[in-house]
Design a protein around this ligand. Structure first.
Ligand code: ADP
Ligand code: MG
Length: 302
């Protein structure tokens, strides 16, 4: 089943293009990472889907139009969680169950699922930020929604809190729930999501299964004391495809039938003995940098 389908969503704030012609489709069971730098339109997208703001143009359809009030089937955390901190976690869960008009049975199971059972009767004011975020996730799970939406769920947490929340979302994803998670952190999306949609300046620049974006390329990492000279000589290699310099190392892609040995021999013949030459596993970050670079080229051409 199609959980959400958007058609040309567009939103401007004055002259700022927050979102332009967004077409997205999410199927049941997918864990979608909405990825993009700060200001790329992630929160705008989620706010439109949740009915908090209206798009200037475009439309969207929840659950193929199956429900009269589809947002009752969606659990979400958009901003930093707002709990009643002078009440216990348990009382907060009960309040949310009441608002969502669902029975309280099952609340303790949810508390257990998010790892808060042992502290559920303590006041929220005594919780760490990570525990508060896990309580927020517990609240979003109440009523057994068909879709969960998390906007930058690890923002502002310490490393331990980040690890806890990531593990929890991973566990929830493992139960087969459909999830949209917005994040600017590539490694987070890479670890948790099955699919990704990449936004840049309000435009969708790539989307699809994470595995497809991570398809292996013939890439190498090079280091040499004179990076400029290295780059200059590198471009003369017959198997050269492309490269970029990240300030420390040079990343290069070679044609399929060339490898590091060929490259090393060539560099050597030109008087360059590199201090590092390594085959590079493709990470989402590399794919992301490539996409942003390509997007820049195509928009400067337009
Ligand atoms: N209420 C608003 N008023 C004016 N500009 C806004 C408002 N909300 C968002 N924007 C702008 O829209 C763009 C997209 O923002 P946002 O969707 O929050 O990005 P993200 O969540 O990816 O960081 C940014 O340039 C941001 O400054
Ligand atoms: Mg945001």
């Amino acid at each position: 089943m199609c959980i959400i389908k958007t058609n040309g969503l567009t939103k401007h704030y004055g002259r700022v293009r927050a979102l332009e012609n967004l077409n997205l489709e999410l199927k049941k069971g997918e864990v979608l990472g909405l990825l993009g730098p700060n200001g790329s339109g992630k929160t705008t997208t989620l706010s439109i889907l949740l009915g908090i703001i209206k798009p200037d143009l475009g439309s969207y359809l929840w659950f193929e139009g199956k429900y009269d009030r589809p947002l009752l089937k969606v659990g979400s955390i958009l901003e930093t969680p707002n709990h009643y901190t002078y009440l216990s976690g348990w009382e907060n869960l009960r309040i949310v169950a009441h608002i969502k008009k669902v029975p309280e049975t099952g609340l303790m199971e949810i508390a257990d699922q998010v790892g808060l059972k042992g502290r559920i009767y303590s006041r929220v004011s005594t919780y760490s930020l990570g525990m508060r975020q896990r309580l927020a996730i517990a609240c979003s799970l109440i009523g057994d929604p068909e879709l969960l939406i998390f906007d930058e769920p690890t923002n502002g947490l310490d490393p331990q809190g980040i690890a806890e929340v990531r593990k929890l979302i991973n566990d929830i994803a493992g139960t087969g729930k459909t999830i949209i998670m917005a994040s600017h952190i590539l490694s987070e999306v890479e670890k948790i999501c099955s699919h990704t949609a990449v936004l840049n300046n309000g435009r969708l620049i790539a989307s699809g299964p994470v595995a497809e974006l991570l398809k292996q390329t013939n890439s190498y990492l090079l280091a040499y004391r004179d990076a400029e000279k290295l780059q200059e000589v590198l471009t003369g290699f017959e198997g050269y495809v492309s490269h970029h310099f990240d300030g420390e190392a040079v990343h290069t892609e070679l044609e399929e039938n060339f490898d590091g040995t060929d490259l090393n021999a060539y560099l050597h013949s030109r008087g360059i003995s590199v201090s590092t030459l390594a085959f590079k596993e493709r990470k989402l970050e590399d794919a992301f940098m490539d996409m942003l670079a390509k997007d820049k080229t195509s928009s400067s051409r337009a």
